[in-house]
Structures are given as structure tokens and as C-alpha cells.
Design a protein around this ligand. Structure first.
Ligand code: DHE
Length: 494
């Protein structure tokens, strides 16, 4: 070999053996099979939502305030890229999460009945808020009257979807993207039980009778039914369509008036209804827990329900919307929607004697308002830009929306529910993302998230729109008021 070529070969570092590097430096925290441990799972599904530059930055610089140290000292840019690419590729052996894995993961911290059935604090237990802080994976409990934090605890990695409450507001159930289901006793401010139901989970629903929790997974492609009392697994459903095609779960919902769970599926044109009780609408006797399959013309994975759970309003990923009559099990109307309506964040109210529904749009700066009898679009309200959430309350004339997917992400717009016009806006912290509103139980104050690492919950007087409190938080995402959720306020998600 010529001398120059020898020198070049000596200078070019050998490509990174990412598997070996992972085994040596990452496996202790993230698990030999990348299923997670002290650190989160590192499977393609777990990393889906992380942008390439974000993943590279974590591998290079680590994550502040965690055990995750960066590898800038050991890997050059090419090595970081090789490790990122390896992590984004599926492992050679398909990861599995068996019934035995699930059972082994379950922790019962406090068996049912072992703790006092009264709150250990003086705040109104029905006016508490739970705030999911995504920054360092914590949950804060706020007193909704004093607008003060009364407790904060560490959550599992990356909670997603709304936490779901038992009827009396004592227990709240969380799902993490990593597959953990946690049951928290709000009156005693302590975790009651936890179980890992999968490797990648969408969300969970709690049955209206308080007996069951249903979690929907994307990995493995299963639904897991748990006893709400102690999170013991009751049944695992393999999610497969009529032709045998497996499907990820988009989301699970509790249809309380029907005493059933409704399951939205991501890869097959079906909706499942799983009856858990004896409601006449739900199922003939003896059919409890057996899925009733509603066949659709196309895959719908973003859902909204009317207040009585007679209809599903569903949207496909390309924005096509339709109305499914749940009793008849078939489409009864099309919805004139475009862009990517975020029906999951829709709300309803009565306007001039007619019930209307409105939802934000992830792709367009507009709010669609739909008449719930004729299914016609009543108005398209132009907003600052694509947004994620829309919220209101029975006691306020306004609905609040964000534009968090746009350059105006720092501003919330306030819509008059009668005139259907934007009448005001608030900018809690100029230049910083503001989104997700939830009202106090009486609708007097609107709490807004400044969704940044050193962010805050900012409370506004819902009538004057004046700021009344600011509570520092670590990237607060969603907030959930016990009363509004347990009474199924039409101004918030259920
Ligand atoms: Fe969510 C709820 C789907 C990305 C924050 N999100 C939901 C629900 C669904 C859903 C189906 C309703 C279930 C429930 O509440 O139990 N979300 C999706 C997606 O498909 C999407 C676009 C992409 C994804 O990969 O999941 C998505 N969601 C996000 C985010 O990026 C957000 C802003 C930050 C995060 O934490 O991931 C986000 N989603 C939320 C929140 C709720 C939610 C805060 C609960 C809203 C509520 O008030 O009830």
C-alpha cells in the first residue's frame, strides 16, 4: 500500500460497532434488549417522536438532571450518527412483552383498603388539578381554590393522554408512552400500584363503574384489561382485524352511558366496542368483554363522542371525517373537514338552542364548528395557526385555543361561543409556547401551560382575562381538574 494510503487508513477511525457500544455503555440503564430499565425504552417506536437533532443532542450532551451522561468525549459526530441510526432500527429479534413479563412488573404499594378513605389535605378534593410536567417527568397536584401546589411526585417516563379518574375522584390512573400504568391515590398523595402493560402504549380508559382499566398498546399490538383495584391483569386482547391484519391501537375511551370501552385502531378500518357492564345499549347479556367489531369504510383514528355517546365523530389521517352511529354500527353522515382536525380535543356547547361541536386543526389555522343534529359545518373560525387543544366550561361564554404548531405559538385566542368570533387573546410569556387550558371547577379561572423547560402554569380570570397567578413548572403539558373530568364537563375531554 502506498504510504499516503496507509496514513489515511490509520487516521480514519473504524466505523462504530453500535451494538457493542450500546452493550457497554447503555444497556445497564436501558436494558440489554432496549426495553427500558432505570432509563426509558430505546426502541424505534419509543424514539418516533424525537427529531434527529434532538436524539443526536441527547447522545452527545446527555440529559440534565438525569443519569444520562453524554458521549461527546467518546464518540465523534459520525459515531453519534451511527449510534442514533442503530437505535432507530428495529432490533434483530422482535421485542416481546409477555403475560409473565407483565405480571412480574406489577408493584402493589398499598393494597385496596389499607389507607384512610379521606383526604390528608384541607383543599377541596374536587377542585384539585393534576399537572403533567414533561420536562423531568413529574406530576404536580394544585389546589384549584388557592392556585397553589400542594404536592409533586415523579412519574414514569413520558406520560401521554389524559389521566383518568375514578368517579369519587380519589384515584387517578396514568399511562406512560413506555407502557407503564400507574394508579395514584389522590386523597393519600401516594402511588397505589403500577404495572407495565406493554413496550409502547397510547393511553388508557377507566370504566365508569370504577372496576376496570383498559390500556391500548402499539407495541405489542394488544389491549390489556386490568382490575382497577390492584392493576392485576384480567385479559390481553391481540388486536387483529377480520382478515387477520394486526393493528396498533390509536386510543381507548370509556363510553360511560353505554357501559363499554371504545377502541380506535390505527391500521385497520374497524372500531371495537368492549362492553364491561350491564347497560342495555352495550351488549346482550353474556357478551361482556367480547369485542363488538364495527366495520368502517376507511381507517379512522382520531375520535370525538357526543355527550351521550350515541355517535362517534371520527377522522382519518388525511382529514376525512365521518359520523358513526354506535347503536347501528354504521356511518350516518360525512363531515366537511379538511387539514387534520384534532377531534380528540373537541368540545361541545349549546348555541342558540342547538348543540354544536368544535375542534382544533393540527394542519390549518382554523376551528371547525359543527351542528350536532345536521352534521353541517356552522363556521370555520380563522385562528393564528394550527393548534392542538380547545377548551371551555359550562360557566364561561368563551372557548380558548392555541396555535402551538405555528410561529404564533406563544398566544392563545379566546373565542366567543355565541358569535363564533375571536374576541381576545392572551400571551403569557412572549416567544414561549402556550397551550392547553383547563378551568377551575366553577369556570372562574382558566389555567394555561407555558410548555417550556422553565415554564409555568399561568391562571387567568376567565371573565376579565387578567393574570391572577403564575406557578413555575418544568415543561407543563396537560392539566386536569378533578370536578370537570369526573362530571364529564362538555368543555373538556373525558
Ligand atoms: Fe396527544 C391526548 C394522540 C402528540 C399531548 N393524544 C391524546 C389522545 C390521543 C392523542 C388519541 C386522547 C387520549 C386520552 O386523552 O386518553 N397525541 C396523539 C397523537 O397521535 C400525536 C399527534 C402523535 C403521537 O405520536 O402521539 C400526539 N400529544 C402529542 C404531543 O406532542 C403532545 C402535545 C405532548 C406530549 O406529551 O406528547 C400531546 N395528548 C397530549 C395531551 C393529551 C393528549 C396533553 C390529553 C389532553 C386532555 O386534556 O385530555
Amino acid at each position: 500500500m502506498p504510504r499516503a494510503a496507509v496514513a489515511a487508513a490509520q487516521e480514519t477511525p473504524a466505523p462504530l460497532d453500535a451494538a457493542a457500544f450500546y452493550g457497554q455503555h447503555c444497556a445497564a440503564c436501558h436494558g440489554a434488549a432496549r426495553l427500558g430499565g432505570m432509563g426509558p425504552a430505546l426502541l424505534p417506536e419509543s424514539l418516533e417522536r424525537l427529531r434527529p437533532q434532538e436524539l443526536a443532542a441527547v447522545l452527545r450532551d446527555g440529559r440534565p438532571a438525569t443519569q444520562m451522561a453524554g458521549f461527546a468525549g467518546q464518540l465523534d459526530a459520525a459515531g453519534i450518527d451511527a449510534l442514533a441510526a442503530w437505535l432507530r432500527a428495529a432490533p434483530a429479534a422482535a421485542p416481546d412483552w409477555s403475560a409473565a413479563d407483565m405480571a412480574a412488573s406489577r408493584i402493589v404499594y398499598h393494597p385496596a383498603g389499607s389507607l384512610p378513605a379521606r383526604p390528608v389535605f384541607s383543599a377541596d378534593p374536587a377542585n384539585l388539578f393534576l399537572v403533567v410536567e414533561a420536562g423531568s417527568h413529574h406530576v404536580s397536584v394544585l389546589d384549584g381554590d388557592k392556585l397553589e401546589r400542594i404536592y409533586r411526585f415523579r412519574s414514569r417516563f413520558a406520560l401521554h393522554g389524559g389521566p383518568k379518574f375514578s368517579h369519587d375522584g380519589r384515584y387517578v390512573f396514568f399511562a406512560s408512552r413506555d407502557g407503564w400504568v400507574s394508579k395514584f391515590d389522590l386523597w393519600n398523595l401516594t402511588l397505589a400500584a403500577e404495572i407495565r402493560v406493554g413496550l409502547n402504549t397510547r393511553n388508557l380508559a377507566v370504566s365508569d363503574d370504577g372496576k376496570w382499566v383498559l390500556a391500548g398498546n402499539t407495541l405489542p399490538q394488544t389491549l390489556v384489561l386490568l382490575h382497577a383495584e390492584d392493576l392485576a391483569p384480567a385479559r390481553v386482547y391481540d388486536v387483529r382485524g377480520a382478515d387477520g391484519t394486526a393493528s396498533r391501537v390509536s386510543a381507548v375511551y370509556d363510553a360511560a352511558p353505554r357501559a363499554s370501552f371504545i377502541v380506535a385502531l390505527r391500521d385497520i378500518p374497524e372500531v371495537w366496542e368492549i362492553p364491561y357492564g350491564a347497560a342495555p345499549a352495550a351488549a346482550p347479556p353474556g357478551r361482556a368483554f367480547t369485542p363488538r367489531v364495527i366495520a368502517l369504510g376507511e381507517v379512522l383514528d382520531d375520535f370525538f363522542f357526543d355527550q351521550r355517546y350515541l355517535h362517534i365523530l371520527g377522522a382519518s389521517r388525511n382529514g376525512h371525517g365521518q359520523v358513526i352511529d354506535l347503536a347501528q354500527g354504521r356511518k350516518v353522515a360525512d363531515l366537511a373537514l379538511s387539514g387534520m382536525p384534532h377531534l380528540g380535543s373537541g368540545i361541545t356547547w349549546v348555541r342558540r338552542g342547538r348543540e354544536v361541536m368544535a375542534s382544533p386543526n393540527l394542519k390549518q389555522g382554523r376551528i371547525s364548528v359543527i351542528d350536532m343534529q345536521s352534521w353541517q359545518t356552522v363556521a370555520e373560525i380563522a385562528t393564528n395557526g394550527p393548534g392542538f387543544f380547545l377548551r371551555s366550561h359550562e360557566n364561561t361564554p368563551y372557548a380558548w385555543t392555541d396555535a402551538m404548531m405555528s410561529p404564533r405559538r406563544d398566544t392563545l385566542q379566546v373565542i366567543d361561543k355565541d358569535s363564533l368570533r375571536v374576541v381576545a387573546s392572551v400571551t403569557p410569556s412572549p416567544g414561549r409556547t402556550a397551550a392547553h387550558v383547563e378551568f377551575t371547577r366553577d369556570g372562574r379561572y382558566a389555567l394555561v401551560s407555558v410548555m417550556e423547560q422553565d415554564g409555568a402554569i399561568v391562571a387567568y380570570d376567565a371573565a376579565t382575562l387578567r393574570e391572577v397567578a403564575r406557578i413555575p413548572m418544568d415543561k407543563p403539558v396537560g392539566k386536569y381538574n378533578v370536578f370537570n373530568k369526573t362530571t364529564r364537563s362538555s368543555g373538556t375531554s373525558h
